[in-house]
Design a protein around this ligand. Structure first.
Ligand SMILES: [Zn+2]
Length: 101
């Protein structure tokens, strides 16, 4: 883990909020691994820009099993959703699904 990431996590670590908006931004104010997303984007470019880094207008990275439901902060748990899809997803996910672990 990089020093920068360690500092980031130490300074921003907060209990998970209801809804998983903890992870929607790219700006470093969130307590999750940007390195995981960077790795994932190498094979999952932004649907609107086709780029593997930088901003992705209109899309947000979602954890298929939300972090607050025990989902992994790992590439296999990530997907692109539009803003509208993301909001709908979390509206439906107010209750965590039965554990699949
Ligand atoms: Zn989400």
């Amino acid at each position: 883990m990089s020093v920068l990431l360690a500092l980031l996590l130490a300074s921003t670590h907060l209990p998970p909020a209801p809804g998983c908006y903890v992870h929607r931004d790219w700006d470093g104010r969130i307590a999750r691994s940007r390195e995981v997303v960077a790795y994932w984007r190498e094979t999952n470019p932004c649907p609107s820009t086709g780029r593997t880094s930088g901003r992705c207008p209109g899309y947000e990275v979602n954890h298929k099993v939300p972090l607050f439901c025990g989902g992994a902060d790992a590439p296999r748990n990530l997907e692109w959703l539009t803003r509208r899809e993301h909001v709908a997803f979390h509206r439906a996910m107010k209750q965590c699904p039965p554990s699949r672990r």
